[in-house]
Design a protein around this ligand. Structure first.
Ligand SMILES: Cc1cc2nc3c(=O)[nH]c(=O)nc-3n(C[C@H](O)[C@H](O)[C@H](O)COP(=O)(O)OP(=O)(O)OC[C@H]3O[C@@H](n4cnc5c(N)ncnc54)[C@H](O)[C@@H]3O)c2cc1C
Length: 259
């Protein structure tokens, strides 16, 4: 099967998510890596093709050109090639603009299946897959924790608040996989060495036939108007560890009848 997996480079998770006050966007200047949730999608694509007699797994991403470094992790795991849409005019794209660009890139590939991770670890929207499926007019199943492909259709078990739904959909379809679906493999040394040599196409918006006014801030329907830090909790106490911290924590908990 030809499987497109949408993946995103995200800033490394840290205790604080930095927002650049000038641009009101996430500060992406530090260390970055492939979105962890996407590893489950890559793993599943590889497993489906290993079990089903072959095929091609293609990574599709929109981001700055340096994102190729992160995409190589997916290539090292076993994906055949990467397609990165990188264009100055795409910077600042919101959900609407991002979904348009990704949908156009996926159309060029005509995959049998499109996989996403459940959410991106930086903006945590957990919604892009639905927007892309809508643009492609394909069925979509989210939170997939089990799946099988047979006779041109996918059967997916999805977790909901009330239990599990089992949904059947004809291919091609868009699936957003849950991180409970599988355990992503570690790239082998051979995979890491070979990743750089795999095809990595960098496309512009015009390569996709998307005009610059439909991407980036110009093509976005949302704008961040203001940012403020979350209110601090009044009842916090900072305990410096001078050797008695454990005792102090215990006393604090006993006082509140928590232990
Ligand atoms: C005003 C505004 C400006 C923004 N500017 C930027 C910006 O400059 N750069 C930026 O990266 N984001 C920007 N964003 C965030 C951007 O809109 C989101 O990245 C996008 O809508 C996807 O949402 P998400 O990241 O929450 O993904 P989710 O919906 O949480 O992700 C679901 C799945 O989609 C995949 N995915 C998400 N984004 C991509 C992508 N670009 N390529 C391939 N797969 C993807 C994830 O990896 C995951 O598997 C901006 C948002 C707003 C509102």
């Amino acid at each position: 099967m030809k499987i497109a997996v949408c993946v995103k480079e995200v800033p490394d998770p840290g205790p604080l998510r930095r927002i650049d006050p000038a641009t009101k966007r996430i500060d992406r200047s530090g260390d970055r890596s492939l979105n962890t949730y996407d590893l489950n999608a890559i793993e599943e694509a590889l497993r489906l093709n290993e079990a089903g007699g072959g095929g091609e797994v293609i990574l599709v991403s929109m981001g700055p050109e340096r994102a190729l470094e992160s995409l190589r992790k997916g290539l090292a795991m076993g994906a055949a090639r990467a397609v990165l849409i990188s264009d100055e005019a795409a910077a600042g794209s919101d959900l609407v603009a991002t979904s348009l660009v990704l949908a156009e890139a996926i159309k060029r590939e005509s995959p049998d299946l499109v996989l996403f991770g459940q959410q991106a670890g930086d903006s945590d929207g957990a919604v892009l897959w639905a927007a892309v499926a809508d643009r492609l007019q394909l069925p979509v199943v989210s939170q997939v924790s089990e799946l099988s492909i047979d006779g041109g259709k996918v059967t997916a078990k999805r977790q909901s608040e009330f239990g599990y739904d089992t949904i059947e959909a004809p291919l091609p379809a868009v699936l957003a996989v849950s991180d409970a679906l599988n355990e992503p493999r570690y790239p082998s040394l051979k995979g890491i060495m070979g990743a750089k040599k795999k095809p990595q196409d960098v496309l512009s918006l015009s390569d996709l036939g998307v005009s610059a006014d439909r991407a980036g801030e110009a093509g976005s329907r949302t704008a961040v108007s203001a940012l403020s830090p979350p209110p601090s909790r009044g009842d916090t106490q900072k305990i410096e560890d001078d050797g008695s911290a454990a005792q102090k924590v215990l006393e604090y908990l006993i006082e509140r009848k928590l232990v």
